[in-house]
Design a protein around this ligand. Structure first.
Ligand SMILES: Nc1nc2c(c(=O)[nH]1)N[C@H]1C(S)=C(S)[C@@H](COP(=O)(O)OP(=O)(O)OC[C@H]3O[C@@H](n4cnc5c(N)ncnc54)[C@H](O)[C@@H]3O)O[C@H]1N2
Ligand code: MOO
Length: 398
């Protein structure tokens, strides 16, 4: 079966989704940000630069356990925390404040405290060079990591634990961030049931238990899934009223009398960015922009097709919307010859054996068993692949 003419190639669909997200972020960045406590900032996009509120470190400290010393030794020992005059030393621990008069730190392995003529002296340990410690040795000077006012994280960064740590070091309790993009989840299908054993003609919902977690892993903030009947008016009302920055729908992407998504998008004047994708499974997946700027990802109803479409459209879209690059593809050696499919990429859940990646069993578009056993998803080009060929992969978000 040949693909319809306006169908988009697989790689182009990813790029279009990412650009749509990045463009939307550009508009959102002009909007309001909120200050969020550090411990809740992970994964959010920074609205303003993080500046050091004080020099970092903000005081000179010792990099070793040992003694702060002044002048050449031996040294007369003083209590910890003493300001020093030449010829004096005082115990100091790693991170301890360097007191006035200190010229260097003698590490504990290099010194011996001894009683001489009723005085407590610090001497170099046997074999330690009399050059030890050279001036400034083992002293971490104030401001060596950042000066007050330096930018330590630029605006637009998606915050990792390392960013939160440097922000804390720089004196911040919270950061101005753009909240995670909200994602409305609309699941269509009269035949879909959410618990128990389905009767013939009914299916158990695979999306309600999974999409919120996947959307979260991809950087979005999911709303609780809403279930819709196969009905034009209900679908239209839900899409118009569900809110969110992104709307993810499942099912109804086809052209049967039970499928209403495309008609609704046309009726509400949506701009179709990706009408369908030259891939399998998942070709009826679509991407659209509503008049109010919200982005709609239409996933097909078949469970594996929906997952492959979510990885192809949803992951890049949320990456763009959260200030990240297009998610990089992995690479794997094919452990089998993979058949061509004219004009389409095939997305195949694979398992690894000693030869490389081999297609998992049970990977029909309505199945989930293969994906459940898979290490990842291999992207097979339309011309197929020979055994031993290196192929791109889509990482799984879990
Ligand atoms: N005449 C044609 N028929 C179909 C075509 C085609 O090109 N011509 N494409 C097929 C492909 S490929 C796919 S994929 C599906 C797309 O279907 P829809 O997106 O319209 O989805 P539905 O028809 O609503 O459902 C399809 C299938 O998925 C099951 N489903 C739906 N929701 C759930 C859920 N929450 N959990 C589990 N399973 C779900 C539904 O029961 C159907 O079996 O169209 C093909 N047909
Ligand atoms: O391509 Mo459909 O999306 O096979 O299930």
């Amino acid at each position: 079966m040949s693909a319809e003419p306006d169908s988009v190639a697989w790689a182009a669909a990813r790029e279009k989704a990412w650009s749509a997200g990045r463009d939307a972020l550009g508009q959102d960045l002009a909007g309001s940000a909120e200050t969020v406590p550090l411990e809740r900032c992970l994964g959010l996009v920074l609205a303003e630069r993080v500046a050091a509120q004080l020099p970092v470190p903000h005081y000179a400290s010792s990099a070793m356990d040992g003694w702060a010393v002044s002048g050449p030794g031996p040294w007369l020992l003083q209590p910890p925390g003493s300001a020093l005059r030449p010829g004096e030393a005082a115990p100091v621990v790693t991170g301890g404040l360097i007191q006035e008069g200190t010229q260097a730190v003698l590490r504990s392995e290099y010194g011996v405290a001894a009683e001489r003529d009723g005085r407590r002296l610090l001497e170099r340990a046997p074999g330690v060079s009399c050059e030890e410690p050279s001036a400034g040795r083992h002293i971490r000077p104030a401001g060596e990591e950042a000066g007050a006012g330096d930018t330590v994280v630029p605006a637009g960064t998606r915050l990792t634990p390392a960013h939160l740590a440097i922000a804390a070091v720089c004196g911040h309790d919270g950061l101005p961030v753009h909240p995670a993009p909200e994602v409305a989840l609309l699941l269509t299908g009269d035949e879909v049931v959410t618990s128990g054993l389905p009767a013939p003609g009914h299916v158990r919902d695979t999306f309600g238990p999974t999409l919120p977690a996947i959307v979260t892993a991809l950087g979005g903030k999911p709303f609780p899934p809403r279930r819709l009947p196969d009905d034009f008016a209900a679908t239209r009302a839900a899409i118009e009223g569900c809110g969110g920055r992104v709307v993810v729908t499942t099912g109804g992407t086809g052209h049967s009398r039970a499928d209403h998504l495309r008609a609704v998008l046309e009726a509400v004047g949506a701009q179709i960015l990706v009408p369908s994708i030259r891939m399998r499974p998942g070709h009826p997946a679509l991407l659209a922009r509503l008049a109010d700027g919200r982005l709609v990802v239409g996933l097909p109803g078949n469970p594996l097709a929906a997952m492959m479409a979510l990885l192809t459209l949803g992951a890049p879209l949320l990456a763009g919307l959260t200030g990240r690059p297009l998610p990089p593809l992995g690479s794997v050696q094919s452990g089998a010859r993979l058949a061509p499919l004219e004009g389409r990429h095939r997305l195949v859940p694979y398992a690894l054996d000693e030869q490389g990646a081999v297609p998992a069993d049970h990977v029909g578009s309505a199945m989930m068993r293969g994906l459940a056993a898979a290490s990842g998803v291999v992207v097979v080009p339309p011309e197929g692949a020979r055994r031993g060929q290196q192929l791109p992969t889509l990482p799984l978000p879990w």
